[in-house]
Design a protein around this ligand. Structure first.
Ligand SMILES: NC(=O)c1ccc[n+]([C@@H]2O[C@H](COP(=O)([O-])OP(=O)(O)OC[C@H]3O[C@@H](n4cnc5c(N)ncnc54)[C@H](O)[C@@H]3O)[C@@H](O)[C@H]2O)c1
Length: 258
């Protein structure tokens, strides 16, 4: 019978805010890098800078862990690594299944960073019968017919979905019915799950769209700054009369976004 599936993240029961939980992996990554360099202690400012977080926020986050550091010394790196790992449930091994072993699923299977962070890829599952038995990252792909048995045999509580969007909900339903309670969804679709099941969605195209928004805003600001700086002299050097670039009341004309 499954052993991992009844474990809920301790963070919820301890009342740590979700936003703090989301920052814990950032601290852990920065702390792990310090630990690898045998740095014994770190100040909140240094750690905040390394994690890309505001230092007051970091101190507040750590207060939820009961970790306050020592004035003039800072935080003990090894102890914080242990504390955060424990809060995130990383002191135990989490078997993970990946469903949909195409371009993305195979890349994820080949990513060494999961295992080193305690996420063992227990099985790879795909609906294509031609893939069954073929090794990817040294693990033979298994057919979806086996999904329920695989989840049960391996005590899997975390499933990764890398199927086409149209198949994702059905895969999700099967994973949940088989006992999976956390899903990392890469398919570009919104999954519905019952209470008690957590879904995290990764969508690189959304991240790119957000960057595009910021790029557009920066371009607009640059154009506005250039127009403000150069309204007078530029107009003159272009051989246009100064008044031609100004509104009727002498205002600098509005700059339209590019
Ligand atoms: N989140 C992101 O940033 C991101 C980035 C790239 C791709 N994607 C998404 O990831 C998914 C996979 O992309 P890809 O390029 O690897 O596609 P792909 O076509 O190479 O692979 C999809 C795999 O899923 C399998 N599959 C189809 N239906 C299935 C089912 N019901 N059960 C199990 N397996 C099934 C197919 O046999 C195939 O091997 C797509 O939904 C894509 O849009 C997301």
């Amino acid at each position: 019978m499954a052993t991992g599936r009844t474990h809920r993240p301790a963070t919820r029961s301890r009342g740590i805010p979700e936003a703090t939980v989301a920052r814990l992996p950032l601290y852990l990554r920065a702390l792990t890098a310090l630990s690898e360099r045998s740095v014994p202690t770190v100040s909140s400012e240094e750690l905040a800078a390394a994690a890309g977080v505001n230092s007051a926020k970091l101190r507040k986050d750590f207060s939820y862990l009961g970790s306050y550091g020592t004035r003039g010394v800072g935080y003990d790196v090894e102890y914080l690594v242990y504390q955060i790992s424990r809060e995130l449930g990383l002191t135990q091994d989490w078997p993970v299944v990946i469903v949909g072993i195409g371009n993305l699923g195979a890349a994820l299977a080949n990513y060494g960073g999961f295992a080193s962070r305690g996420f063992r890829v227990a099985a790879l599952i795909d609906a294509d019968p031609a893939m069954a038995g073929k090794p990817v990252a040294g693990i033979p792909v298994q057919h979806t017919d086996e999904l329920e048995k695989i989840i049960d045999d391996n005590g899997v509580s975390i499933g990764v979905i890398a199927t086409p969007a149209g198949a994702a909900q059905q895969v999700c339903d099967r994973l949940v019915a088989a006992g999976v309670t956390s899903i990392l969804n890469f398919a570009p679709t919104v999954l519905s799950v019952p209470d008690g099941v957590d879904v995290r969605k990764v969508d690189l195209s959304i991240e790119l769209q957000i960057l595009a928004f910021h790029e557009q805003r920066k371009a607009g600001e640059e154009a506005a700054a250039a127009a403000a700086d150069g309204a007078g002299p530029v107009a003159t050097t272009r051989g246009e009369s100064e008044s031609a670039d100004k509104g009727p009341d002498g205002d600098v004309p509005a700059v339209m976004p590019a």
